[in-house]
Design a protein around this ligand. Structure first.
Ligand SMILES: [Zn+2]
Length: 99
């Protein structure tokens, strides 16, 4: 899937405990790593950020790898790369949904 030519989306989908997006209720049990370069993206760990593939909400993994919304404080602690990735993926999802 090509969301943006500059974002590398991994072939590996990590299996995760089933969790529900707190915004739209979409059930997820997998996550795919993305990055802006060729670095290997490891399996998600508690505290990592992610995005709901259904509604684009910015999320984070809790201690048990369930999902909750990113707070303003969480967003303030993201690296520039993490912020950019979430923005670009969210924008790509909106374009895909708009058809
Ligand atoms: Zn959602």
């Amino acid at each position: 899937m090509a969301i943006s030519s500059q974002i590398k989306i991994r072939d590996t989908a990590y299996e995760l405990p089933r969790s529900v997006c707190p915004k739209c209720g979409h059930e997820m049990d997998r996550a795919t790593g993305v990055s802006l370069d060729d670095e290997v993206v490891p399996k998600p760990e508690p505290g990592d950020s992610t995005i709901c593939i259904s509604c684009g909400e910015w999320l984070k993994f809790n201690g048990d790898l369930s999902l909750s919304r990113l707070t303003e404080e969480d967003i303030g602690m993201l690296s520039d790369e993490q912020f950019l990735l979430l923005q670009r993926i969210g924008s790509g999802l909106r374009k895909i949904k708009a058809g």
